[in-house]
Ligand binder design. Sequence first.
Ligand code: HEM
Length: 604
Amino acid sequence: MASITLPILTALLCVSLTTTNNIGVFRQIEETSLDLMSKILVLEENKKKIKVGETKLEKWRNLRVDIESSRHSKQSKLCLTLLTLIVAKTHCTMATWVVGVATVVAAIFIYRLLKLLAGPSLPLPPGPRPWPIVGNLPHMGPVPHHALAGLAQTHGPLMHLRLGFVDVVVAASASVAEQFLKVHDANFSSRPPNSGAKYIAYNYQDLVFAPYGPRWRLLRKLTSLHLFSGKAMDEFRLVRQGEVGRLTRNIASSGSKAVNLGQLLNVCTTNALGRVMLGRRVFDDGDGGCDPRADEFKSMVVELMVLAGVFNIGDFVPALEWLDLQGVQAKMKKLHKRFDSFLTSIVEEHKTSKSENHQDLLTTLLSLKKSPDDGEKLTDTEIKALLMNMFTAGTDTSSSTTEWAIAELIRSPEIMARVQQELDSVVGRDRLVTELDLPHLPYLDAVIKETFRLHPSTPLSLPRVAAESCEIFGYHIPKGATLLVNVWAIARDPKEWPNPLEFKPERFLPGGEKPDVDVKGNDFEVIPFGAGRRICAGMSLGLRMVQLLTATLVHAFDWELENGLNPEKLNMDESYGLTLQRAVPLSVHPQRRLSPHVYSSSLS
Ligand code: HEM
């Protein structure tokens, strides 16, 4: 048996040598061959029929171990093949050699023919050399979107990384992002498995992490219909304006004290969402908006974003998951408990609430539990998961973007003055801005776009996963690869944006570089909300809130930095989580600039 098997194995190994590009095929052939050969040799040795000397056999085994440990290199394949030839030669008669060589020739011919028919096999995109086991995880650094932007300068806008055992591809230019999120969008419409979804988001029962399919479609339809459609947006316009009005009054009542703007903005976005989703405010925003639960809530959301932004080793090296080396899973489980008790109390309160006047999302979701259509039914857990998504994805994103906008405007007094001038001429000084004014404020619109460009609240977007392998710009993207779109780097690409670090709203105005570009996922050079099927579900609300909040704050107040700090010295550093926070919260003194009655008028 050995005399015929060995030449065939040799043949197969030779074939695998000639097909150096196809590591998968080589690996399979090599493993089968090595197994069979070692069995045959042991068998022969036992039968004492072996013609290979003891030392040769030992050498072969040792070399085999070496080769196995460096399995993918071309040298190892060459080595193994030659070695196999030697071993085979010592076993074979001339006749079996002829069979072997004929098999080699036939196999090479057939393989080449198949390869020719299948087209050329493609290389992976370029990328930094991975370390053993952890791969490129050490390359991610403390602020991954910065690190990945740096790597893209060396390796190009389409990169391949190996994070632990997971293939990761990174898009860092508009044209590459367009390939993934438009041309191949259907293939990248689910999210990869990750501990955040498992331990925080009720084991993927939410909308953000739900696999692409009927459940995801239902959740998306419900939120779109009841929260984000044009009709729903119009219906809740007065609610949003009412909350922004309350915020204005709170800020005005702070007197000469400095206010933590981010915190107040967060209370406002959370309460506006609360009124639409639950039919009531979530936090008391009495004098100065200092409900201690609001502090607690914001810290929970920020912690969630920080934890979700960590590249958890367990997600990439499954064998190490149980060790929880960074302590991320333990923190996630603890945070989940806090969120769950917050959400459970909201749902339970709502169930027993006597109010007849509920037209909110939660009432609709709870009524679906009685739906005759099984496909439409939602469990309590799914409802809580959805509420969690809305309160986390929909509050801090809008409030921190507005905080960045005000910080940029304080740093650029001329731009601030121009926005105020526009607002004064369109709105006057006797009332607050309303959403109906927004279409008449083109300069403000450009300021908001420029803020989204420089400070996208989700700088690496949310990851997607390749359902099947595909080809992008001549590179092979393996099935199961995680896609990261570096939204932050794309919007600072000097090939697209002259002087990319400069805050210059004029870019988006007629005569500027990008007069017709919007931020809604159509123009890939600025995609703060992502793009394609999984584009931000709350984009219409997020955009509207940032516009209304920024317009109101700039119109209703002049701003000075705490302790008379020179605006040029304002710290604009980022601290990283999944969302982009200011490293130092914006602390500012507001001075009223509208007629006094505006700050005291009754608010809905
Ligand atoms: C400044 C505001 C916001 C920004 C910059 C933002 C950004 C994003 C981004 C980049 C994604 C990932 C998109 C992708 O995979 O291509 C996303 C997804 C999502 N966002 Fe937003 N978002 C904002 C506001 C909101 C609001 C107000 C809500 C809801 C109240 C919301 C809910 C969601 C949900 C549910 C998803 C997941 C969609 C899905 O997987 O189908 N976001 N957002």
